[in-house]
Design a binder for this molecule. Structure first.
Ligand SMILES: [Zn+2]
Ligand SMILES: [Zn+2]
Length: 259
């Protein structure tokens, strides 16, 4: 399994020299496994989607908050002649298609999904499921409006993508169980402890809470994602330098993990 970080900024894209190192594009992770290209989220990082040749393309969305879907309208995957499967849980009575058409339809966007060269097959997410030999499981996050935490398993290798997640005692135990012995845990650490004290209920977590899950789950590695748009490279470097466990790091756009 090859995991490429295409975008890790949370909430809204950032731009400027002070964001170059960690990257300003929003959530998008590419997992290449079993001859497939599986995108986790479709934030503006999706604009950097590489040519994956003949690989079957799927997009697994955690939820339809704007930062997780705004790469779709201009993404190379929609502008290709491919067929792609898009999965998103039905929420507030809206199907996956209904949710995406909130963004990709007039007046917010001039053309609908069906006018793109690609063929998008919408699926209301139901887990567990298989993408070829890749087993996809999920748990419900704690996030305003809801969000899905994914786990992908293939031949004894796995990753867990826990973004847009706010810790509670109960959810921490559930997530630790869900991420049991995973090779790579991508974890939402948008806030510093100080910020979190002011931002409770906004649906994001911290490094310290992520480290608890790392310990309790037996995960081999934790990589922090969903960087706050107000955190410059200098701030993120400071947060990363404060980590004392070699199994922990902050994601940068372009990072690649071979599992
Ligand atoms: Zn988000
Ligand atoms: Zn969100």
């Amino acid at each position: 399994m090859k995991v490429t970080i295409l975008g890790v900024r949370g909430s809204i894209p950032t731009d400027g020299p002070e964001f170059c190192e960690y990257g300003g594009a929003t959530s998008c992770i590419l997992v290449e496994a079993d001859g497939r290209a599986i995108y986790l989220d479709a934030g503006s990082g999706l604009l950097r989607a590489p040519n994956t040749g003949e690989a079957e393309v799927s997009i697994l969305l955690t939820h339809s908050h704007m930062d997780h879907i705004l790469g779709l309208p201009f993404s190379p995957v929609l502008l290709s002649d491919k067929t792609l499967d898009l999965y998103l849980k039905k929420r507030e009575g809206l199907s996956a298609k209904d949710q995406l058409e909130r963004l990709m339809a007039p007046p917010l966007w001039p053309v609908g999904v069906e006018q793109y060269p690609s063929e998008v097959l919408f699926h209301d997410l139901e887990l567990p499921m298989q993408l070829g030999r890749v087993q996809v499981t999920g748990m419900e996050s704690n996030h305003p409006g809801g969000s899905t935490i994914y786990r992908l398993d293939l031949e004894g290798r796995s990753l867990v993508y826990a973004t847009d997640y706010e810790h509670t005692e109960e959810k921490q135990s559930e997530l630790s169980e869900f991420a049991r012995d995973t090779d790579l845990l991508l974890y939402d650490a948008q806030y510093t402890e100080e910020e979190y004290a002011r931002m409770k209920g906004f649906g994001h977590s911290t490094v310290a809470e992520g480290m608890k899950v790392l310990k309790q789950s037996g995960a081999k590695r934790i990589v922090f994602v969903h960087h706050d748009p107000r955190h410059s490279d200098a701030k993120l470097r400071e947060m990363e330098n404060a980590l004392t466990d070699h199994r922990a790091s902050f994601a940068k756009a372009g990072d690649v993990f071979e599992l």
